[in-house]
Design a protein around this ligand. Structure first.
Ligand code: AMP
Ligand code: GLY
Length: 452
């Protein structure tokens, strides 16, 4: 564990939030709710009105700019919380720690688990972490991809570096075997890549607070990556997400969740061993529930967006207590609890998103009824809010059941005005039952194969 910085105290803590999207608005709200009377500062690339409203001061700056460290020092920041992946990959936490400022967000060697997919898979293999699909890493310019694609038959191709979720291509969804071969060759001209076996099942996310040694887990969430209803259309950052009033989702079995937790614990302990750096921040495990149990799709070194919006409003603890536990390595002394409620989050995105989004278009909110509203990639100018071309606003319904939470989210969407689009189907019985049936079918088929 790093030594405890002398400046860390909990009364009226001066906190710096880095990032300006919907996830960061949810983090800002969690900080603002703290009983410790925090003073919030933010560093973001555009003025997010939801975050700006909660801040004592903010800096408009690229979220990877080292000027953030100077801003933190000048403002006597005592704790920094990093939202997105780019500042992690840029080593902003390392610079802040070096300047004596504790950070929720792993330092660069530990954050590699997200920003270098080739490193992540090799690391999983080296430490025998469960749930790793069959894969091979190819370095820039290397040959032999055709043969490996033929050997696996059904593949996913992932550029090694960060691509904002847009570089990953899945056979069946995005290309056939010839297309896969061609894409692999194209990527290898500029980057390394991972070719791995395509997993069939249902995806879920588990997020955890991590202090290097101890993990405190949030309930599972399911995101919806596809732009259009019925899971059609291009991949996006996530159109919406839901969680249930218990740790697992309706299509999951208990062991999916306990296995995911064990994999994440093993991963955190192995990261310290491999890099010499404790993982301090949020770990996001993306899993596929398959007929044979769970597999790891990827790890992210941060909260999900939108998943942070499902999770943080249900946190029963004071978020700054949890953050203090993370940076001090004392998370084992805190009982982290979430309210036993269901959530449905729906994004309103600019019309045409993600391929041809309407940019710089005025949006208004006339109230979101009983939903919570989160501002994402929008900007405010002269008190008017505009779209940027990325996901704009999110609404969150919280209730005893997913069905009720979905209704609240829909009522929230009805208060948004502008050239916006949302998926109406997220969180509906119809879509959830489809997922449940999909997993039941896979499990029945697996049992049948085992018997014959
Ligand atoms: P990633 O950027 O790694 O999250 O990948 C984006 C999306 O690609 C995931 O959310 C999955 O839907 C899909 N994906 C990634 N890896 C696999 C895999 N091995 N099998 C099936 N789908 C995958
Ligand atoms: N919602 C997917 C992610 O944040 O990576």
């Amino acid at each position: 564990m790093p030594s405890e910085p002398a400046t860390l105290k909990v009364e009226s803590m001066r906190v710096l939030l880095i990032g300006g999207g919907g996830r960061e608005h949810a983090i800002a709200e969690a900080i603002a709710r703290s009983k410790k009377n925090p003073q919030l500062f933010a560093a973001m690339s555009k003025k997010n009105p939801g975050i700006a409203r909660l801040c004592r001061d903010f800096l408009l700056v690229k979220e990877t700019d080292p000027a953030i460290v100077d801003y933190a020092l000048v403002n006597k920041i005592e704790l920094a919380v990093i939202g997105p992946e780019a500042p992690l990959a840029a080593g902003i936490p390392d610079s802040l720690w070096n300047a004596g400022i504790p950070v929720v967000g792993p330092r660069r060697p530990a954050a590699q688990i997200e920003f270098d997919k080739a490193w992540a898979r090799n690391f999983m293999k080296k430490y025998n972490i469960a749930g790793c699909p069959e894969f091979r890493v190819f370095r820039k310019g290397e040959t032999g991809t055709d043969e490996f694609i033929d050997e696996l038959g059904d593949v996913v191709i992932k550029p090694a570096g960060l691509t904002g979720g847009k570089g990953v291509r899945v056979m069946g969804d995005h290309f056939d075997i010839d297309g896969a071969r061609a894409y692999a060759r194209e990527v290898l001209k500029n980057d390394g890549l991972v070719i791995e076996k395509r997993l069939i099942g249902e995806e879920f996310t588990v997020q955890a607070f991590v202090d290097g040694r101890t993990l405190a887990f949030a309930p599972a969430v399911q995101d919806h990556k596809r732009a259009y209803e019925g899971d059609k259309g291009p991949n996006t950052g996530g159109m919406g997400s839901y969680s249930d009033s218990k740790d697992i989702l309706p299509f999951m079995i208990e062991s999916d969740y306990t296995d995911a937790k064990k994999i994440m614990e093993d991963t955190v302990h192995a990261i310290w061993k491999e890099t010499g750096v404790p993982y301090q921040g949020i770990l996001y495990g993306q899993f596929m529930a398959t007929e044979k149990g769970i597999s790891v799709i990827e790890f992210n070194a941060r909260f999900g967006d939108p998943e942070a919006m499902n999770t943080l409003p249900l946190l029963d603890n004071d978020f700054l207590d949890v953050c203090t536990g993370i940076v001090k390595g004392t998370l084992d002394s805190i009982r982290v609890m979430f309210k036993k409620q269901s959530t449905v989050c729906k994004y309103a995105v600019p019309e045409g998103y993600p391929d041809n989004p309407v940019k710089d278009s005025v949006i208004e909110t006339t109230g979101v009824n009983n939903a919570l509203l989160f501002y994402s990639s929008v900007y405010e100018k002269d008190s008017i809010i505009y779209t940027t071309g990325s996901r704009a606003l999110a609404v969150l319904g919280i209730a005893g059941t997913i069905r009720e939470a979905e209704k609240i989210a829909q009522a929230g969407l009805s208060g948004l005005r502008g050239k916006l689009y949302s998926r109406q189907d997220i969180g509906t019985d119809e879509l959830i039952n489809k997922r449940v049936r999909h997993m039941e079918d896979l499990r029945i088929k697996a049992r049948y194969h085992n018997m014959h």
